[in-house]
Design a protein around this ligand. Structure first.
Ligand code: ADP
Length: 369
């Protein structure tokens, strides 16, 4: 049985169609991240699962029960919000105890649950403090503590790390993942940050304008994006995308090294062997920065390019190049000396490149690679 099942879900805000026919199965203990640009409908979907937004059509099942008509408080879920929503005048202990007091739980039960949650979250020494006496990360932990004491099986997080500084965000990502594993719960987590999604998720749901573009593990989305939207949304620096056509030779698809190739501004670019396409079809060639190789040996078989910027990122370097009138980005180790203005050659790693139909955006490379 799935922990959360969403079937043919739709949400209309009067004439605006915010959620369009979404179906997803979330397995027990899975950590699923909903990611997409601002306004794509991630929070609306999460709030519908939580019971904070009504369903226009379709069904939401939680732990085998259809909950469309079940009030939020009876859905056996816990939600952690971006702004923590802590009570400023209550102590950490009372903030965590609040939902149990509402449910009129006995004092010993409340005490035990709050202390257990505080131990898990390393908040034991802070139980008598007020939220204003806590750091951002500690407040975030109290918000999670409130969710833990309710002993819910499904945790919902809505951009919980947006208010934290960069360093703390990285630390809290690890903490939330560890907490998820320790509690053995199912988690649905909303973020607009693809790096957060890539580092935390078992599976990612990429959303755009109310639809699901692709569902997959971080590796699947990175290695085999189903369309141009996912290809450009996932990955940083983002994938190089060059618009061209399937190359033709004497009226047939030009084949090089067993694969069709792309004609881009007179350059022949390689395709993955499983790429398909009709001669002359407008296509978009994709190569991640680590699959663009920069050479300085003057090999005429390769493509000429000029370096326009070199950025050090630590162990690697980001090299920005001008190639046939377009800007492309390569990521490479620090070893070779390179300078701005230098004329170099580039090649693309044929077994790692992507191909999309420019008109539909859909991938023309069949999986698996
Ligand atoms: P996200 O979380 O991905 O940033 P939201 O789920 O908050 O996006 O919003 C999705 C779309 O629905 C947006 O275009 C937003 O303006 C619209 N929307 C959200 N809530 C309401 C509402 N209560 N009334 C009308 N439109 C809304």
């Amino acid at each position: 049985m799935s922990a959360v099942t969403i079937r043919d879900l739709n949400k209309h805000y009067s004439s605006y169609h915010a959620i369009r026919n979404i179906s997803i199965d979330i397995e027990p203990r899975e950590f699923v991240v909903l990611v997409g640009p601002s306004g794509c409908g991630k929070s609306t979907l999460l709030r519908m699962i939580a019971g904070l937004e009504s369903v226009t059509s379709g069904d939401i099942d939680i732990l085998g029960r259809t909950v469309n008509q079940v009030p939020a408080k009876d859905r056996n879920i816990a939600m952690v919000f971006q702004n923590y929503a802590l009570y400023p005048h209550k102590t950490v202990f009372e903030n965590m105890a609040f939902s149990l007091r509402l449910k009129k739980q006995p004092r010993e039960v409340i005490d035990q649950r709050v202390r257990e949650a505080a131990a898990i979250l390393d908040l034991e020494r802070l139980l008598e403090r007020k939220p204003s006496q806590l750091s951002g990360g500690q407040r975030q932990r109290v918000a999670m503590g409130r969710a833990i004491v309710r002993d819910s099986k499904v945790f919902l997080f809505d951009e919980p790390l947006s208010n934290l500084d960069a360093k703390l965000r990285v630390q809290m990502r690890t903490e939330i993942r560890a907490l998820h594993q320790r509690l053995g719960c199912t988690t649905v987590y909303v973020t607009h940050d693809q790096i957060e999604a890539m580092t935390m998720a078992d599976r990612i749901v990429v959303m755009n304008t109310g639809v699901v573009e692709q569902v997959g593990t971080p590796e699947e989305l990175y290695d085999r994006p189903a369309n141009l939207f996912v290809a450009s949304f996932i990955g940083s620096p983002s994938m190089n995308l060059l618009e061209g056509e399937i190359a033709i030779e004497e009226g047939e698809i030009a084949i090089e090294e067993g694969a069709p190739c792309v004609d881009f501004q007179g350059h022949r670019l390689p395709c993955a062997p499983t790429a398909t396409g009709q001669p002359g079809t407008k296509v978009t060639f994709g190569a991640r920065p680590e699959h663009v190789h920069v050479h300085t040996d003057g090999d005429p078989e390769r493509h000429n390019a000029t370096i326009t910027m070199v950025e050090l990122t630590g162990p690697d370097r980001i090299v920005v190049l001008e190639f046939a009138g377009e800007t492309i980005v390569a990521e490479m180790e620090k070893r070779t000396p390179l300078s701005v203005g230098q004329r170099v050659e580039v090649s693309f790693q044929a077994d790692e490149v992507h191909l999309f139909d420019t008109a539909t955006g859909n991938s023309l490379v069949s999986a698996p690679r």
